[in-house]
Design a protein around this ligand. Structure first.
Ligand code: GYE
Length: 329
């Protein structure tokens, strides 16, 4: 891309000519690696760890890459610094999983000025459509709506669809796409059901410890809770500990719905402590690899859609045990 296909081909030809001159003495020099800077959000959740592993396992030297990995510890300012350092190091591609959606214009302009293509993965950015090539990730609003649809069906099944239903929304990092979409999903659901009530809504920043802390205080101030809508797995696990400590049974006294669906959540569904998990697939390494290989081979015209959603499923206690052995994260 940045080093145009033309220069790459020319360099390749020179290397080929040179290596044939010394064929008897020397092995052909290794092919030039593609340098990729990945500005990762942090290590806040099990989803995130699986996402990091996916990139590290994909962007290897054996696969033709040099990966420069940066963990921003959930801070946008750190990600901006990382992107600037990738520009300084003159990487071939910049990949960003943006902490939040806004505030990227200046740094992406700098990447553009340096001629470095930017690919987004996981969360999205707004207002900078012309400054990145494409994005791949989950459809967070759809996930939120899927959680709502599951709850409707479940309440009907247990004969509680006419009862007053008091819902707690444990939100993700405010301003992150995954929070915005999932929150919109539950808010739409509450607006559409007269008997559903939002009794608390607070961020647990996608971490288990914050999820637990926030749930502890909500349990103290909110006498009646029927549902916890935890916008990721780890916050649900923290909430479960808080609910148990308050002498209630998660999954029975309080319905638990969460997002990501990593292994431990399957274990908790099988144990009866989580009722529903909406999948969010973190294995974006191979998807971004495919995008870069397409760009290398065909240039930006090879990218058929700028926004690429990953298809995701919904799991609950009825299918958790059967599905767990097939799950990759
Ligand atoms: O759900 C959460 C993580 O952006 C989809 O970020 C991702 C979310 C995921 O911390 O666990």
């Amino acid at each position: 891309m940045k080093k145009t296909v033309k220069t790459l081909v020319a360099a390749g030809l020179m290397v080929a000519a040179a290596s044939s001159m010394f064929a008897a003495k020397k092995k052909a020099p290794a092919k030039k690696l593609i340098t990729v800077g990945y500005a990762q959000v942090g290590a806040e959740s099990d989803w995130r760890l699986a996402n990091t592993t996916s990139f590290k396992e994909t962007f290897t030297e054996a696969n033709g890459y040099k990966l420069i990995f940066d963990d921003a510890q959930q801070k946008q300012e750190n990600q901006i610094k990382a992107i600037r350092s990738f520009i300084q190091q003159d990487v071939d591609y910049i990949v960003v999983a943006p902490v939040v959606e806004t505030g990227w214009g200046t740094v992406l302009q700098e990447a553009k000025a340096a001629g470095i293509p930017v690919i987004l993965s996981d969360r999205q950015m707004t207002g900078v459509d012309d400054l990145y090539l494409c994005w791949v990730g989950g459809n967070f609003l759809q996930e939120g709506r899927d959680g709502v649809k599951w709850l409707e069906g479940y309440l009907k099944k247990i004969g509680r669809d006419k009862d007053e239903i008091n819902i707690v929304d444990l939100q993700g990092t405010i301003g992150a796409s995954a929070q915005i979409g999932r929150t919109q999903g539950i808010e739409e659901g509450i607006a559409a059901h007269k008997n559903w009530k939002l009794v608390a809504q607070q961020t647990g920043e996608f971490t288990q410890s914050k999820g637990q802390e926030v749930m502890e205080s909500i349990l103290k101030s909110t006498p009646k809770i029927d549902v916890v809508f935890a916008e990721n797995d780890n916050m649900a696990w923290g909430a479960i500990d808080a609910i148990k400590a308050a002498g209630k049974k998660p999954g029975k006294d309080i319905i638990i719905i969460c997002f990501d669906a990593v292994h431990e959540t399957f274990n908790k569904m099988i144990a009866g402590e989580i009722n529903c998990a909406v999948e969010c697939n973190p294995l974006h390494g191979p998807r971004v690899d495919e995008i870069i290989k397409t760009l290398e081979a065909k240039g930006p015209k090879g990218i058929k859609s700028k926004i690429q959603y990953v298809v995701e499923e919904v799991f609950d206690q009825e299918n958790a045990a059967a599905k767990l052995p097939t799950r990759k994260y």
